[in-house]
Design a protein. Structure first.
Length: 302
């Protein structure tokens, strides 16, 4: 039997990788909405443990991280990378207890956005800084009545964004030559710490065997499926196009929250969310070509 023919990237229609990336974002935010719907039964820490543990198992089956070899100078960054990955997941799901999905994703997005804008020197770059600050001003509860966002939940979402930035920086040093398999090893490290932590604070429903299929669905929707789709899109899209598309994720999260969780945002919150999205799109489009890094715009955690 003849071997299957593998199409080259140039043989794909231009719109196909864009559609693939759109499906990836829908999958990620659909998985987050499904996870949040189980909070009353399992709790946010329990969902974190399920999603991280089962997601790690899937990644290990696919990428077999035990085969990897890391140089001594890569081991500390690898540990930091894994801890940042776990902390990012843990704080993000904790923030969802009191913060709408779209706002939580927007606040979390400020981590990699700040990293992308760090060191900006051109006047045009400060437009995106101002937009991001305005968005945060109206999303965060800073002693005014314009926002109804819970302060603790908002702080957790911003903390998840800080972990995301650390994840990006440490991931580049942890073993870029290993590609996607590095994520699997980082997930193993994260699971060692955060799966037991999540289970210890989980609700009793986390131990019901009937929850396993739902947990697998969350893991597939939140990591295995979108990560695979993103890899397809990454090989067929310019970095700027990929970054611009990913900047739309907070809006996708807000729509997912409305459709599946009944989370309605105020006009002020929508305007603040759009300001952060525009800042992310603008920073992506105006980055110098040599500084556009795929690693800085790839969210493999949700």
């Amino acid at each position: 039997m003849s071997s299957p023919q593998i199409s080259s990237p140039s043989s794909f229609p231009v719109w196909l990788p864009l559609l693939v990336l759109l499906i990836s974002m829908i999958s990620i935010q659909g998985g987050a909405a499904l996870a949040k719907s189980l909070f009353p039964e399992v709790g946010a820490p329990g969902i974190t443990a399920l999603r991280l543990g089962l997601g790690t198992l899937i990644l290990c089956i696919i990428f077999k991280p035990w085969r990897l070899r890391f140089a001594p100078e890569q081991r500390i960054p690898l540990v930091i990378y894994g801890l940042a990955l776990g902390g990012m997941n843990y704080m993000f799901y904790l923030s969802l207890r009191t913060v709408p999905l779209g706002i939580a994703v927007a606040l979390e997005f400020t981590g990699p956005l700040a990293l992308a804008l760090a060191g900006s020197r051109r006047p045009s770059d400060f437009i995106w800084v101002i937009l991001a600050i305005l968005g945060l001003w109206f999303l965060l509860p800073v002693g005014q009545d314009l926002s109804t966002v819970d302060s603790q939940g908002a702080a957790l979402a911003v903390g998840a964004g800080i972990c995301w930035a650390i994840y990006i920086l440490s991931g580049k040093r942890a073993g870029a030559e290993h590609g996607p398999a590095t994520v699997a090893m980082g997930s193993v490290i994260a699971s060692v710490i955060f799966v037991p932590l999540g289970l210890s604070f989980a609700e009793s429903g986390v131990w019901h065997l009937s929850l396993i299929p739902v947990g697998i669905a969350i893991a597939v929707l939140s990591s295995a499926l979108p990560y695979s789709l993103e890899m397809i899109a990454l090989t067929r899209l310019p970095a700027r196009t990929f970054g611009t598309m990913m900047s739309l994720e907070p809006a996708m999260a807000a729509i997912s929250g409305m459709l599946f969780l009944g989370e309605m945002l105020t006009l002020i919150q929508w305007m603040a969310l759009m300001a952060i999205i525009l800042a992310s799109i603008g920073s992506t489009l105006t980055l110098r070509p040599k500084s556009v890094k795929i690693e800085s715009i790839t969210p493999e955690h949700k």
